[in-house]
Design a protein around this ligand. Sequence first.
Ligand code: F6P
Length: 319
Amino acid sequence: MKKIAVITSGGDCPGMNAAIRAVVRVALAQGVEVWGIRNGYAGMIAGDMTILDSRSVGDIIQKGGTFLGTARSEEFKTLNGRQKAVANLEARGIEGLIVIGGDGSLTGARLLGELGIKIVGLPGTIDNDIWGTDYTIGFDTAVNTVLDAINKLRDTASAHGRVMLVEVMGRNCGWIALTAGLAGGAEIILIPEQPFSQEDICKQLLESRAKGKQYSIVVVAEGAGSGIDLGQYIRSRTGLETRVSVLGHIQRGGAPTVSDRLLASRLAETAVTALLDGKTDVMIGYRNNQCVEIAIADAVGNKKEIDRELYRLAEVLSQ
Ligand code: F6P
């Protein structure tokens, strides 16, 4: 294989740039030409791509976002759109593609693979919701951003004796809430994987006041419900003063942490090696401190479960 391309797709995440940089430099070291596709699958359909050299990926390892740009494409969901995309790769002699993105992007990659192009995926999303990998690129940075917010909210929560609710991202999964909540010492962590009753939460908050707690931090995963609605409910049922912070897209930005830069670089190197070895339709994940190959079909076809032990520990530590 003499020419490959790299693309970032779907929601951006910190560490995507580190992954692109590693793809380019590892491939160039093997004498392989690398093309960068701009703005996700939409750019692939439009033929918006350029050759990347070593210098073009300089000064990006420390930056969040993706310098290639990203997008969500409706046209790519059609066979016609995907055929146009593949034709654009073939016209340039590109035989292999590395896709960096989340669940939707990897599902798209699988469909592209059916059209004959060789594909290796990298899990890039803050949500950490991809089956087959312990961590996704961007997750560590996002949870550190949430942790920083919780630390700051503690200061003002304690000053006023308030119940501080923090709504975090994660789509339909609770990894961000659980991990940042445990590390931030939250009293209550609400995740979509664990049913809860609002009434019980009110009871728990009143009990903790009776036990001597002066204030409370409640982390709410967006998939578990609205932090704003819950804040209003708690206030009306308990009389406790509540404030809500919806962290939103702040969680998607910022300089990637050491962990995310290392993860991105290691996964990317393994991805290039796999592609050049003729592998296709696989995602490179990270399990038990090793880079591993997983069929993309399995990565997108299975639901990643929450770590129940972590959840149990968070509950014990919140007493
Ligand atoms: O998948 C990453 C993510 O940030 C989710 O946590 C969130 O639900 C979603 O993307 C937001 O998407 P958008 O940036 O399109 O609003």
